[in-house]
Design a protein around this ligand. Structure first.
Ligand SMILES: [Zn+2]
Ligand SMILES: [Zn+2]
Length: 277
């Protein structure tokens, strides 16, 4: 378990093979390529796109929750995937001869879903070879207006009792996850640049795959992150989804070598775990 910008993150991500990013404190995860046992306890899954390394584990997630009498899950996914996903669930219900209950929420850029307790997942367009949605988890809190800060407690209480609006809602972008995407999402989306924790794919780390080829595949090349190093306002960045060809030690050294110090000091390179090491 990692703790980044105050958020607990349980993540596995290997390009083309599996991705699942769990945020246990928010009771949700992003994508389920293969379903880790810990993810079955999370009732909400925000799917970025329907490639099997991001959605292939959904039946295991749904069936395990059903089997263990947990409430039916909610699956948020690009609106373009809804119809085929429902057809797939119908087929699995026939195969499994079980109800496999779940709720499907279609997501389009600019939309959002209420997560309860002042939390919202906002949707933005990620740029990949198939329809893709990125997610920004935002929290809203009421904070004291500037003009009341520093006043004695009694004065603030009196103002509140007199019916004055002493607080104002403030929204914080806590976590952004882009799924598989080209780097353009960083240029286009303020939510991505502002999130306290950004989880960003960087699939290719050297010249064996050029920047042009990485873009054509719908992925990020490390050189493109270096070019934009000054854009990232994030407190912490977790780099995920690299190709299995880059081992843990080499990848860590590569990021450290090419990223400017002001970015590297906020960066974490997600290590591979077994069986991918
Ligand atoms: Zn992928
Ligand atoms: Zn993909």
């Amino acid at each position: 378990m990692l703790t980044l910008a105050g958020h607990n993150v349980n993540a596995v991500s290997v390009g083309g093979l599996e991705t699942c990013i769990e945020l246990p404190n928010y009771k949700l995860c992003f994508d389920i390529g293969r379903c880790p046992p810990s993810a079955t306890r999370l009732p909400t899954v925000l799917f970025t796109h329907a490639h099997t390394d991001h959605m292939g584990g959904v039946i295991h997630h749904c069936a395990t929750r059903d089997l263990t009498s947990m409430p039916p899950p909610t699956y948020v996914m690009p609106a373009e995937n809804e119809e085929a996903f429902l057809e797939m669930m119908t087929a699995w219900r026939k195969l499994d001869r079980s109800p496999l209950p779940c709720t499907v929420v279609p997501a389009s850029p600019g939309g959002s879903v209420d997560l309860g307790r002042g939390r919202t997942a906002k949707f933005f367009r990620a740029i990949h070879r198939v329809p893709s949605i990125g997610y920004a988890i935002c929290t809203q809190k009421d904070v004291l207006k500037d003009e009341y800060k520093g006043l004695p407690r009694e004065a603030i209480r009196d103002a509140r009792l007199a019916g004055e609006a002493i607080t104002t809602p403030v929204e914080t972008v806590e976590v952004a996850f882009c799924g598989d995407t080209t780097i353009d999402v960083v240029d286009r989306e303020p939510l991505v640049r502002a999130a306290r924790l950004l989880i960003l794919e960087v699939t290719f780390l050297d010249d064996k795959v050029s920047v042009e080829k990485a873009r054509a595949k719908g992925h990020v090349h490390i050189d493109e992150v270096v070019e934009r190093a000054d854009l990232f306002q994030n407190e912490a960045i977790l780099f995920t989804h690299r190709s299995v060809r880059y081992g843990n030690e080499w990848a860590e050294a590569r990021f450290k070598e090419v990223l400017p110090a002001h970015l590297w000091e906020r960066s974490t390179v997600l290590p591979f775990a077994a069986p991918w090491t």
